[in-house]
Each structure stands twice: as C-alpha cells, then as structure tokens.
Design a protein around this ligand. Structure first.
Ligand SMILES: NC(=O)c1ccc[n+]([C@@H]2O[C@H](COP(=O)([O-])OP(=O)(O)OC[C@H]3O[C@@H](n4cnc5c(N)ncnc54)[C@H](O)[C@@H]3O)[C@@H](O)[C@H]2O)c1
Length: 373
C-alpha cells in the first residue's frame, strides 16, 4: 500500500501523523510512504530524518494525496483539502464528525472511506487512539488554565496551589475519564482543591482510591454541577459520549452565576463542548469572555506540545494502520471489531451509529458497502 502523510494545515497545528519510526515500520513490511515536505518541521522532524527512514518526500500536497492509497493525518480535513478526497481513498485521522455537519457532508459527497481515530473502540469501551491525546489535553488543560487565571490573561488572579495562610484555587472537573483524570492529577499535584464530577460510579471510586485528600468525587447531575460551578476558579469540561455531540451540562445560566474572572476550559469542544456558552477557538485567539467568565476552547490542545504529541500519536496509531495496510481495509475491519468501530463513513454512507444519530441518518452496515482494498 502507498501511505501518504501530508503537512497539517489547521491553525496552530504542529503535529504530524507519522514519525520516522512509523515510516520504517511500513517499509519493513513492504509498503511505501510519501511524506509532504516540511510535514514534520513543527515536531522538529526534518525531511532528511524521514528520508533516512525510507520515505519519499513529495513537494505538492495534491500529488501526495493523489498517489496515496491511505492518507494518515492528525486533524480532520479542512475545506481547502476537500477536493482531494475520493472514493478509492482510505483516510485515517481524528474526525470528530458529530461536531461538523459540513465535514460529514464533504466526506459523504467524496465517497472516501474515513476512519476516525477517536471512534476506534475495543470491546471494553476503551478508545485506544484517543487516549494519548486525552492524556496530553488533560494535563495541559490545567497548565493552561493556571496561566489563564493570571490577571494579565483576564483571569481571577488566583494561584492554583495557594500559599500558607491563603487557600488554594478551586478546580472543578466535569467528566473524569482520561482527560478529567489527568487534569485531576496535575491540578492536585499543583496543590489546588479539586472536585471531580462524573456519572460513572466505577470511575469515581477509582479516583477516590488513587487521588490524595485534595480531590473530592461527586456524582454529576444538574444540581451538583451548578453548585460546583458556583465556587470554581477553574472549570474543566471533559465529558464524552463516544461518537455523539457532547451534552450541554454547564448551562448559560450556571456560567452567569460563576465567580468573576473564573476560567472555563472546555476540552470536549471537539465534540461540540459540554458548556452551553462554548464555541471553538484557535491558538491564535484562544479565549473570549462571556459576561465575566473567561472561556478557552481550542479543539487541538495537544498541538501545543507537538514533540510529545506526535510521538505519542504514532505509538498509538501505528499497529492499527499497519493492520489496514497489510490486510486491506475490507479484511482489516471484518476481522477486527475495534477497528470496524473506527469507520465513520464509506462510499457515501454513514457507518458509525453515533454519527448517524447526530445527523438523524440511518447507519449502513459494513457488508452493504464497497470499500477500497
Ligand atoms: N480539545 C482537545 O484538544 C482534545 C484532546 C483530547 C481529547 N479531547 C476530547 O475530550 C473529551 C473527553 O475525552 P476522554 O478521552 O477523557 O473521554 P473518556 O471517555 O475517557 O471520558 C469521558 C467521561 O465523561 C463521562 N460522562 C459521560 N456523560 C456524562 C455526564 N452526563 N455527566 C458527567 N460525566 C459524563 C464518562 O463517564 C467518562 O468518564 C472528548 O470529547 C475528547 O474528544 C479534546
């Protein structure tokens, strides 16, 4: 198979979908890899590093997409890339389709077979290709939130860990899966007082067992969310219903009642966000105010640490991408239900039930579809 790795064009995006180690792995199994020139520069990986690992460097994105059987990306295709999608192409990337009808339409119109990293799901419900980016985004949500709490950034002017004689900041984390758990770990480590809310009892029990005394667990419902928001200095949204739009759990009314200068960081914005007042921002203009509450809603937070994120991403995606390349898409998804759950659209049909439900469409089953080999 020919694997294409384009340069990412989303604002502030410095990650790349494959490291030289990934190139070597494809080559060792008889596949060819094309990498767009400078694709790795944001992650401090040079064209020469890729060449040494066996990749061919391609100067034009159009040529790379046209030659590839499978394109591996980091972020979803942007409108400037839509014309490169085609029926006999496999696209393997983060998609987060539930948050964009326009992108879903573009993928359907092109007929491309698109697998979303974030919906590859093992039988126990785990999302192995979302995990590494969620770990990074969770940790960064606190690092960035702490910075935004500084008064020059528009925040309340509260130090997360406090000092002797002055209490620490109140950090509230809604949804304590991978993002929320990592956020809790960092916030607790910085000395904040942390409240984590979730509806999964096992998860609350786990965090209660492993976290220190400055982390309290609370079952999430509208009453407890409103109460926690009312005392939060930093509120992190990290709820996920896989494949679907995030439910709006922190309402506009609750935001209005938050403390002046409080900061909300909605990590779940890539799935539409779990805060009613949220809309996506970018690293060029990451924040905006709603009343007196500072909002941060960058959908590609790990792009801030591309060295860590690029390597973590390839570590996670490579075994799945190799399986597709070795077996072809049809055989790979037929033999691996976890990978099959990653398929969002193919041949102009929506396959993923969560995406279909979001747009009131009927999901097609795999055996009804023509898939690229
Ligand atoms: N912005 C970014 O750069 C970025 C990066 C990585 C992940 N994310 C996003 O962060 C979100 C969370 O990802 P994750 O990996 O932590 O998911 P996860 O599945 O590990 O955790 C989600 C948690 O939300 C909880 N939840 C679901 N419904 C809830 C409700 N009604 N009330 C309270 N909790 C509820 C679940 O029980 C679960 O514990 C996703 O949308 C993911 O795509 C964003």
């Amino acid at each position: 198979m020919i694997i294409g790795v384009p340069r990412e064009i989303k604002d502030g995006e410095h990650r790349v979908a494959l490291t030289p180690a990934g190139v070597r792995a494809f080559r060792d199994r008889g596949h060819r890899v094309l990498v767009e020139t400078e694709a790795g520069s944001g992650s401090k990986i040079s064209d020469s590093d890729y060449r040494k690992a066996g990749a061919r460097i391609v100067s034009k994105a159009d040529d790379l997409w046209a030659a590839a059987d499978m394109v591996m990306k980091v972020k979803e295709p942007l409108p400037a890339e839509y014309h490169r999608l085609r029926e006999d192409l496999i696209l393997f990337t983060y998609l987060h389709l539930a948050s964009s009808r326009k992108l879903t339409r573009a993928l359907l119109d092109s007929g491309v077979a698109a697998l979303g990293y974030e919906t590859v799901q093992t039988d126990d419900g785990a999302l192995p290709l979302l995990v590494p980016m969620s770990e990074i985004a969770g940790k960064l949500s606190i690092q960035m939130g702490a910075h935004l709490l500084e008064v020059q950034q528009g925040g309340r002017g509260t130090l997360l860990g406090g000092v002797p004689g002055v209490p620490p900041a109140e950090v509230v984390i809604l949804g304590c899966g991978v993002v929320g758990g990592n956020a809790a770990k960092v916030a607790a480590g910085m000395g904040a007082h942390v409240t984590v809310l979730d509806i999964n009892h096992n998860r609350l029990k786990y965090l209660d067992d492993v976290m220190g005394e400055n982390v309290v667990t609370v079952y999430a419902n509208p009453y407890t969310i409103e109460r926690a928001a009312s005392y939060a200095d930093l509120f992190v949204g990290a709820v996920l219903v896989p494949g679907a739009r995030a439910p709006k759990l922190l309402t506009r009314k609750m935001v209005r009642r938050m403390r002046p200068g409080a900061v909300v960081v909605d990590v779940a914005v890539d799935q539409g966000g779990c805060i009613e007042t949220i809309h996506p921002t970018s690293f060029s203009e990451p924040t905006y105010l709603v009343g007196h509450v500072l909002h941060f809603a960058v959908p590609n937070i790990p792009a801030a640490v591309p060295r860590t994120a690029t390597h973590a991403l390839t570590n996670a995606t490579l075994p799945w991408a190799l399986e597709i390349a070795d077996k072809g898409l049809r055989e790979a998804v037929s033999g691996n239900p976890a990978l099959a759950r990653g398929l969002n659209v193919a041949g102009g049909h929506v396959v993923h039930p969560g995406v279909a439900a979001t747009f009131h469409m009927k999901p097609s089953s795999l055996d009804q579809l023509q898939l690229p080999e």
